[in-house]
Ligand binder design. Sequence first.
Ligand code: HEM
Ligand code: CU
Length: 675
Amino acid sequence: MAIIEEPLALETGSPGTVDQPLGMLTRPKGGNGWRDWVSTVDHKKIGIMYGVAAMFFFVVGGIEALLIRVQLAVPDGQVLSAGLYNQLFTMHGVTMVFLFIMPLAAAFANYLIPLQIGARDVAFPRLNALSFWIWISGAVFVNSSWFLGGGADCGWFCYSPNSGVTFSPGNGVDFYVFGLLIAGIASMVSSINLIVTVLNMRAPGMHLFRMPVLTWMLLVTQFLLVFALPVITVALFLLMFDRLFDSQFFNPEAGADPLLWQNLFWIFGHPEVYIIILPSFGIISEIIPTFSRKPIFGYSFMVFSGIAIGFMGWGVWAHHMFVSGIGPMSVAAFSLSTMFIAVPTGVKILNWLATMWGGKLRFSTAMLFAVGSIAMFTIGGVSGVTHALAPADTQQTDTYYIVAHFHYVIFGGGVLGLMGGAYFWWPKIFGHMLDETWGKVHFWVMLIGMNLTFGPMHVLGLQGMSRRIDTYAAGFGFEAWNMVATIGSFVIAFAVLIFFVNVYRSYKAAPSLPAPGPDPWDARSLEWMVPSPTPEHNFDEIPVVESEDEWWHRKYGYDEDNRVVRIATIEEAAQDGSAVGVHLPAPSFWPLVVAVGMPLIAYGLMFTLWLTVVGGALTAFGLYSWALEPVDDPDADHGHGDGHHGDGDDDHDDGGDTDEPTMAGVTAGDDAGGE
Ligand code: HEM
Ligand SMILES: [Cu+2]
């Protein structure tokens, strides 16, 4: 934590003072040297790091998928052994869910939540850095299994007793267990941080029901994480005890019931699918109003249907177990509850369409991805409803019909939505636009690719092709559609390549193109009020919010005939004072040190306990040093009620539990009243 009065001599030699007339803010702009990134506690930098790492693992998970598809392109495939095939689909599932789509959503949450609620950072900046470093160390740990005996081969839901030492004697499953435990810690810490941020850090006037839908969906997602992660954590500990310490929690011979694992996994696993999709729903709810030039239709319905999904998502888990031997009463109950959950989801789809209805539609790349995501998600949703019919599911479960279903909802609904978000917020994050022409090519190639890949899987599944088989014999009629699916998967890969080329080309072309400015899309929420890329301190002064879509209402009003009229230019609308005495949390290396100790502890439990000792010592040393890291906040000794927080995490709530937040402008040592 630093009082920014005089330039700090950063040994990284990063650039001089910021090039913005910000009055007293003389601290050099956060540099871009590796030390700045490794020690950063800035939510924006942490968001960007989540994004880059998640896209890296998208490529890893994608390569695993392409290998699977090459093996299945023709009958009797010989490219992969059965053992390697099992490892590939398991690691593909684990990578895509825990190392790609969840962290990509975390990238948007970290970057956008403070901006959308009018805050300068999250509630606990160093804890936020810790979440990232723990997650990435868990991700590296899981993938190191490829070089240490082979990846987990038990499938992404790793059913017992197959995952026990009897049937999985190698280390693969241990990597799965410890890897998910480590990633779980990161998600838990991050979700608590973001929940406290949303509930405590909103700008004055940013009532809960003035928050953008994206922030709401991300808030629901964090609550789902806080309640779902402990369930899978318990299951993973039981499995770890069975594998390392000979307990018998899942061993039927010892009288245990392997269905315990299935219940625990899916009590986590089904809310997990909403943890994956709700951020994308939130992103779509920002893009569609902007490019329809209309406010979202049924704002409160949008918010409440998200909350309803958050609650109802806990009551459907056994629809994954219709054929596991649970009784007819359970099957009937979970069949009904699964059908019910289609209702709030349907509300969202209708509200998006109603927002577009009668709007002035602009089909930018972001809008194409948003609309594509709704269409593909709906296809996945409809096949989901067919699964809810238990008798039909008896035919469909464990076949390619299921693989088709969840790829339409996860890839179609999730990935396309997140891609739309990338194109929408790219200028805000990086200060330049992604090329729209390449963007539209990217969209169409990806849409065609995903339908060529996952569309035929519906047919293959209903023809009886099981999932998780490394090969199939000729003569079952699976040949043609498998070849189409394989070609499709390479079309998806080509679309991803087009995206990366667009990123590189747009970055290179940026200096010679006009800057996009703060609000290139004429959007509606607060992040579009600040310059692009977002300055390190976010807002010169914490905005006072007076309505939903605050930024839009600063630019537009209504004339006597209730027609929309422009009332201010971007410069006039963004005028909110100048940045004086803005305090930003100081960087720290300790979160990284604490994080690195964790995989060492796990390696030790698998290979040599010495590593556990070293890892434990490193984590303890990091935590200790972190706690003792000097906090030279001149306001630190202010008494209760000054309501400051930030590094040292000494936040005090001034006890005002209205939904009128008190902490918005406060980061590290700021006296709320002083602003
Ligand atoms: C990039 C294009 C993708 C392709 C071509 C692809 C292909 C496949 C295939 C063929 C399988 C079935 C393997 C089998 O049952 O033998 C599979 C399984 C799976 N995929 Fe994908 N997938 C892709 C993207 C994704 C994404 C983005 C996600 C999630 C975010 C995902 C999550 C999963 C999961 C969870 C499984 C189940 C693994 C298991 O059975 O344990 N996939 N994928
Ligand atoms: Cu489910």
